[in-house]
Design a protein around this ligand. Structure first.
Ligand code: URA
Length: 245
């Protein structure tokens, strides 16, 4: 009951905190509720399936993760990036054109380790990005995250658009801790888009309760998380599978 499929626009929208009322509006400027987008694109389905397969070798897994990241970021940028207009001379005539505004660099925040693979192709989609890494480790017993690397600047300019890249939204501990660090630096949840390969209800509910206005783009939503904190059916440990460790 988590997803509401809407014929137009072509995105599946979920309202995580209220699965029975999954009627979220599409507009990125819409009110306080968190929205989850699962773009119904055949390439996204394909790369998620490659990732799920336990037979997929490490190098293929990593490039599938990178492709999925590219497609999800492309979707996330729809109606989000400001453009500037100008005039240029084509070989044939003068034309008015639009470019991504270079003064509005998007801040990309990959969460180590697995976020590195999902973020690999982001710079090929976005002309202007700054990347700030966050390292969060999940305790295998308590499933609580601890921060071992924080490259975020102390001050983040007002209105900065932020892409947080974390492939597996399972219990939600890690992604909540990462967004808390951004909020401490003045970023509001409406400025943030989370990019994930697979998301599960516990994480989506936590995010939705804590960060109204947040947008999550995910390749797939799975139904549960097991007692070890793994998404089921999921794809296993995304970091281990990306780096063969
Ligand atoms: N992190 C992973 O890598 N996989 C899961 O299933 C959950 C968290």
């Amino acid at each position: 009951p988590l997803l509401a499929h809407r014929p137009r626009p072509s995105l599946a929208v979920a309202r995580a905190a209220s699965p029975d009322a999954a009627t979220g509006a599409r507009s990125p400027t819409s009110g306080g509720q968190m929205l989850v987008f699962v773009p119904p694109h055949p390439l996204i389905k394909h790369w998620v399936s490659v990732l799920r397969n336990e037979q997929t070798p490490c190098a293929v897994f990593r490039s599938a993760m990178a492709e999925l990241g590219r497609l999800l970021v492309y979707e996330a940028c729809r109606d989000w990036l400001p453009t500037i207009t100008g005039e240029i001379q084509t070989p044939v005539a003068v034309s008015s054109v639009e470019f991504i505004d270079p003064r509005e660099a998007v801040m990309v925040v990959p969460i180590l380790r697995a976020g590195l693979a999902l973020a690999e192709n982001v710079s090929s989609v976005l002309p202007a990005t700054k990347t700030y890494h966050l390292g969060l480790r999940r305790d295998e017993e308590t499933l609580q995250p601890s921060i071992y690397l924080n490259n975020l600047p102390d001050k983040i300019p007002e209105g900065t658009r932020v892409l947080v890249i974390d492939p597996m939204l399972a219990t939600g501990g890690t992604i909540v801790a990462a967004i808390d660090l951004l909020v401490e630096r003045g970023v509001t949840s409406k400025q943030i888009k989370v990019i994930s390969a697979v998301a599960a209800p516990p994480a989506l509910t936590k995010l939705s309760n804590k960060f109204p206005g947040l947008h999550v783009y995910s390749g797939m939503i799975d139904s549960e998380v097991d007692e070890k904190g793994y998404i089921v059916p999921g794809l296993g440990d995304a970091g281990d599978r990306s780096f063969a460790t």
